[in-house]
Write a protein that binds this ligand. Structure first.
Ligand code: SF4
Length: 885
């Protein structure tokens, strides 16, 4: 039980930057949140998501008790003993009847390392299957495979200090400003204070691109061509570090030959990447002459059918130029999730065994001895896409999903959801009572601890292990994931191997395994922490691996070579000339790219609770280039149907010249729980990288067409509403209630008939209908209290927007209206101070507002976390361009 009001240092549960957070519990289930000034990832800074964590701690919608699906549907509450017994007996029965290949775990980069460790140990050492994969497969499996091919082990060479002292920061396939905001601020500080240059290579001109000194709008999927061209340029222009190549690498000549085949000269590199040759030359020259160059890459590289080759093409250039193993130099994979790296350390991927060991005979035997395991998996298991395909074929019969939502996030997510319904045993460990995966037919729900309640460790992008500490009590019957897995293991007869009474017990064992018969053969070695006391674990400060030897100075990794290959040398990798597997056609002439928005996280189960965060991007949307908008008759702020071979969604249209012609972008966050027709995962093709089996989430062939709605609607309710099936709706948080934005073709007068199904038969209605103007407004009262309200008005009229504003509400509304984002407020640009785009637009009319700082002085926008500063600068430069023209 955490101390009730003491300030606790913990770690943010969102992105891979891994910022330190100070939480001050208020004794009522909430907490004050600030950045931890002593954490080396953020030194006190947080982004908009981090600062809004205090708005996500309530128990609304939480799963608080073990539940079991009843024969007729619905769930019944059961005790822990029954639930754990059902899970243990279910898995044992299926293993006995069908063998270990018929069971699987699907884990999450949100789990703590200790949770990951016990799940991986149970499956790979005691149930005899390696079918343990994770949503991190969708995030960074290509970077893992590239590290292993080049370095012999999944080791990220760089740290955030390198970003601070680099003179050139190349960002590839990364909207860093939105997806790693605090790290991006470190980059901007470096530029401001030291003059570092920032280059972005990305098909989309994102907010990050607006900030870059040089932006290369590369053709989708052609990163390997660009970096092959760079390798050729380095070779032909005296840019190689011959000493480093000779002393510390293998296969350079063959890799260079391959690079010449792919991009023999600058002109061909420019032609294949669809880039201006002058831009390509500027980039190549900048890289060639800058010793301190860091290349940061993330999902635009990894989430690709050529992701591993893209990453290796980048790494090849760093090895060739000797831009690695020095301060401010190296290829730097930025992880998406808070503990993707911890999962990798544990081995929580189907093709890893444990502690950075793979499925070679010696490692299997070593781990078997360490665990004293009775039934070791002897080969790799099914990776995410393969795993859900095997469920569809009926080969996997029992699945345990922990802390993730594959019915939303997997490619062809609708197909995945339907496959889940076939399972004989489908167990979900979750924070939330309902999500698309639970709705897909889960049999047993196990209530797992959420952020603020969990206790353990996470590892961020720079190999820094930090503590996530509990600062709230476990609510209801909620338990930590490691406890749940260990209890199941005990009930399966493995009590001796799962004796843990705390996360510290597990961490010590994990640390001991990392150094077991290691002798320098594996970089991941935290054996120095294997004997720490409970107290030291409790007080553990952030620590980076590999741990330095006692008294030794910490050198950059690979400064003296020392790679983890049999030869000790890094491998140059022959990359393939890229082709886009998912080819466009007359039927699907566009490419669908997916990704994140600034203020939401994954499927929004946590970030979606924050009113402040909802205002930045309140609705799912598709970004299209103006040329495509004209071609397909799409209106900015209208609606469009995006279709692929596997699914369809209907979303708002955003016309944006930062998008390339022929490409669409739709965010990943909306799903069946928070929207109708907003599930983009249904549309994404299950096309994987051949090396990493990471699915391509950036280039699915797609078609688009306009969709017209005659009416807009706004609703506020105390409980979720079931709209008529044809209604387009999206949910956002509304203080103690729920807000909805929507669109419909139903005549307003028909809503009268729907009201009982929306707000209940007992509701007393106060209604206003104007058939001539096409307006319907209603308030539903229960026991004299306002229960909900609905406003419908013509799509093109201002009256619908007005209906949603506080000022126009004609009712004694007792929702916390001050906190409800309204149509006229949205979008919110500064989440910290609720500053809307409209307010900034008004401020920009003044001649005195000439930069982002002036907006801050006037409206406070951008003066707290700074996450919106790139957007403010973009708005100011748009104004300045307008004045110039
Ligand atoms: Fe959390 Fe933001 Fe830091 Fe990422 S950058 S860890 S989301 S505070």
């Amino acid at each position: 039980m955490p101390p009730s009001r003491q300030t606790i240092s913990t770690t943010c549960p969102y992105c891979g930057v891994g910022c330190g957070v100070l939480a001050r519990p208020n004794g009522g289930g909430g907490a004050g949140i600030t950045g931890d000034p002593d954490h080396p990832a953020n030194f006190g800074r947080l982004c908009s998501k981090g600062y809004a964590l205090n708005e996500t701690l309530d128990l609304a919608g939480r799963l608080l008790h073990p539940m079991r699906r009843q024969p007729g549907g619905g769930f019944e509450r059961i005790g822990w003993d029954v639930a754990l017994g059902d899970v243990a007996q279910g898995f044992a029965r299926i293993v006995e009847q069908h063998g270990p290949a018929a069971i699987a775990f699907y884990l999450s980069g949100q789990l703590l390392t200790e949770d990951y460790y016990v799940a991986n140990k149970l499956m790979k050492g005691f149930l005899g299957s390696a079918n343990v994969d994770t949503n991190s497969r969708l995030c960074m499996a290509s970077a893992v495979a590239a590290h292993q091919r080049a370095f012999g082990e999944d080791v990220v060479p760089c740290t955030y200090n390198d970003v601070d002292v680099a003179d050139l920061i190349v960002l590839v396939g990364s909207n860093t400003a939105w997806c790693h905001p605090v790290l991006f601020q470190r980059m901007l500080r470096n530029r401001k204070e030291r003059g570092a240059k920032i280059v972005l290579v990305d098909p989309r001109r994102t907010v990050t691109g607006q900030e870059a000194d040089l932006f290369l709008p590369i053709a989708p999927g052609m990163d390997s061509v660009l970096f092959s061209g760079l390798l050729v340029h380095l070779a032909d222009n005296d840019g190689l570090d011959r000493a480093y190549i000779d002393d510390h690498t293998s296969n350079f000549d063959a890799a260079l030959r391959r690079a010449r085949e792919i991009a023999p000269d600058l002109q061909s590199a420019a032609a294949r990447t669809a880039l201006d040759p002058d831009l390509v030359l500027q980039f190549f020259d900048l890289f060639a002459r800058t010793t301190n160059a860091v290349t940061c890459f993330s999902q635009g590289v990894n989430q690709s059918a050529q992701g591993t080759d893209k990453a290796n093409a980048i790494i090849n250039c760093h090895l060739a130029a000797g831009r690695i193993g020095k301060p401010g130099a190296g290829p730097f994979s930025l992880t998406g999730q808070p503990n993707a790296m911890g999962g990798r350390e544990v081995g929580g991927l189907a093709n890893q065994l444990a502690a950075h060991m793979r499925f070679d005979a010696a490692s299997i035997e070593r781990v078997q001895r360490f665990w004293n395991a009775p039934q070791m998996a002897t080969e790799g298991g099914l990776k995410a896409v393969q795993l859900f395909d095997a469920i569809k074929r009926g080969e996997i019969k029992a699945l345990w999903v922990m802390g993730t939502n594959p019915a939303v996030s997997m490619p062809e997510a609708g197909r995945v959801a339907r496959a889940l319904a076939k399972l004989e045993l489908f167990v979900v460990s979750e924070n939330m009572l309902s999500n698309d995966t639970v709705a897909a037919g889960a049999h047993i729900l196990l209530p797992a601890a959420a952020w603020g309640e969990k206790d353990g460790t996470v590892t961020n992008s720079e190999r820094c292990i930090s503590r996530q500490r509990a600062f709230l009590p476990l609510p209801g019957e909620v338990k930590p994931d490691w406890w749940i897995v260990s209890e199941v293991a005990r009930r399966m007869g493995f009590a001796d191997a799962f004796p843990y009474s705390s996360a510290a017990d597990i961490f010590r064992e994990h640390a001991a395994l990392s150094s077991f018969e290691n002798a320098g053969t594996r970089a991941f070695d935290i054996g120095g922490l294997a004997s720490i006391s409970d107290r030291t674990y409790s007080e553990l400060v952030p620590v980076q691996w590999p741990l330095p030897a006692a008294g030794a100075r910490k050198e950059p990794l690979f400064s003296q070579g020392g790679y983890f290959t049999p030869s000790g040398k890094a491998n140059f990798v022959f990359v393939e000339s890229p082709t886009l597997d998912a080819t466009v056609s007359a039927e699907f002439p566009l490419r669908l790219n997916t990704g994140r928005v600034r203020d939401q996280w994954h499927t929004m189960t946590r970030s979606g609770k924050s009113i402040r965060l909802a205002g930045h991007s309140p609705e799912p949307f598709v970004e299209v280039h103006p040329r495509d908008a004209a071609r397909y008759r799409l209106k900015h702020d209208g609606f469009a149907r995006v279709t692929t071979r596997s699914g369809t969604c209907v979303v708002k249209v955003v016309v944006d010249s930062g998008q390339q012609p022929g490409s669409l972008f739709v965010p990943i966050h909306w799903n069946g729980s928070n929207s109708a027709f907003g599930r983009v995962g249904d549309l994404v093709a299950a096309c994987c990288d051949p090396v990493s089996d990471q699915p391509e989430l950036k280039a699915t062939p797609a078609a688009i067409m306009p969709v017209d709605f005659k009416y807009q609607l706004v609703a506020l309710a105390r409980e979720p509403i079931d709209f008529p099936a044809s209604t387009l709706w999206v949910r956002f948080p509304g203080g103690p209630g729920i807000g909805y934005l929507g669109a419909s073709n139903e005549d307003p007068s028909r809503w009268r008939g729907y009201m009982p199904s929306l707000f209940g038969l007992q509701a007393v209605l106060a209604e206003y209908v104007d058939r001539g103007l096409g307006i319907y407004r209603a308030a539903a009262f229960l026991e004299g209290k306002l229960h909900g309200c609905l406003f419908v008005a013509p799509a093109e009229s201002a009256s619908c927007a007005a209906a949603g504003t506080r000022a126009s509400l004609p009712l004694p509304f007792d929702f916390n209206m001050e906190n409800i984002p309204t149509l006229s407020d949205m979008p919110i640009v500064c989440a910290c101070f609720d500053v809307s785009l409209a307010a900034i637009g008004d401020a920009l009319k003044s001649d005195e507002i000439t930069d982002a700082e002036a907006i801050g002085r006037t409206l406070r926008a951008g003066t707290k976390c700074g996450t919106c500063l790139p957007e403010l600068r973009t708005l100011v430069s748009a104004k300045n361009e307008l004045h110039v023209s």
